[in-house]
Design a protein around this ligand. Structure first.
Ligand code: CA
Length: 71
């Protein structure tokens, strides 16, 4: 996932990334919560802490996220 946006994204399909997020790096000071469906619906799949990244090994969350926001 390559986005430098610090804005919340209610629908990753607008970025061509729906269900395609397999790697996340946050260089922000904020944590981000990733959700299963658009508009922050479904399950909370995972949280990317500030200055953290990489979903490798978190297969249950791989390629399922459809939205994310600061949390
Ligand atoms: Ca999804």
């Amino acid at each position: 996932m390559m986005t430098r946006s610090l804005d919340d994204v209610p629908n990753l399909s607008q970025h061509g990334m729906n269900d395609q997020v397999s790697s996340v790096w946050s260089n922000s000071d904020r944590d981000f919560c990733f959700y299963e469906h658009a508009n922050y619906g479904g399950r909370l799949l995972f949280t990317v802490l500030s200055h953290d990244g990489n979903l490798v090994g978190r297969s249950t969350a791989n390629n399922k996220a459809s939205s994310y926001k600061k949390c």
